[in-house]
Design a protein around this ligand. Sequence first.
Ligand SMILES: Cc1ncc(COP(=O)(O)O)c(C=O)c1O
Length: 317
Amino acid sequence: MRYEQIGEVIGGTPLIRVDALLPEAARAKGIHLFAKVELLGPTGSIKDRTAKALIDDLLFKGLLTPGKELLEPTSGNTGAALAVHAAARSIPLTLVMPANVTEERRAFVRALGATIIDSPADQGSNGAVLLARAMAKADAKYVSPDQYSNQANPKVHEVTTAPEILTDLPEVDVVVAGLGTGGTATGLARFFAREKPSVKIWAAEPMPGEKVTGLRSLEDGFTPEVMETELLAGRVLVNSRDSIMAARALARSSGILAGPSTGATLAVALRVARDAAPNSNIVFIACDAGWKYFSAGLGDGNLDEMEDALEGDVFWW
Ligand SMILES: Cc1ncc(COP(=O)(O)O)c(C=O)c1O
């Protein structure tokens, strides 16, 4: 394969059958389980697609012209992916993140040439959003893609992620995605409502008060503009511990090392499998790579300590 720049190496991720994770009763009913392995992109997450789509959208609308700079409050997957795409296209990028974000993540985006502005650690992600908004207001050179309200976010899943699933598995019956911005779930739901309405889209959502890195509870009081929950078959609540344990089980039984939000989608897929009709084909989104969470103990750390480590880690989407 030959490309003009690394940012073109997006999508086309594989579906991998992981039936070994299903209970024997489900396997006996002819149910199959597939992981859509999004962690294989340039920064190891589904946000590789989103970041490209957001930048393409700003360029298409003529908002990102020479002299302008990208500005986004994120220290997580979107920040990493924006850093790759911005570097590949020589676009200056500033990321606003709380001062206590781990050195691993700072080093990653700095290595790609992004500028980091610290927001007060004690104000968490909200403090970073406020500071980024104030900066954008004060200086017209900044352009913010804002994945929470930008329709380019769900659209990229409607035109790439979803059709890839249908092409690779025309017999698909269920797809499970995690709810972060809601871009993935909404895009999938829009596509399947049109192209194969029998397909049910379920969303994995953290239980109120539980942290599953990358996902958000709608009970937190903020529903992103791009999220259309009425298109979903339903939202299933998962806790942090089950998400971590499912991610570990996936790694050990299939060799796919993914993060806690993948564990959450897998946990929901297994619940759906319990009541699914015979011969159902269930897909769950493997959102990001597990190596991003080693310092939090994903591999073999003590579960209580890992929950505590991720508790402070509220800023990953
Ligand atoms: C690790 C991880 N999993 C899942 C998601 C959910 O994706 P979306 O924002 O499309 O809902 C995100 C991003 O928000 C994420 O960073």
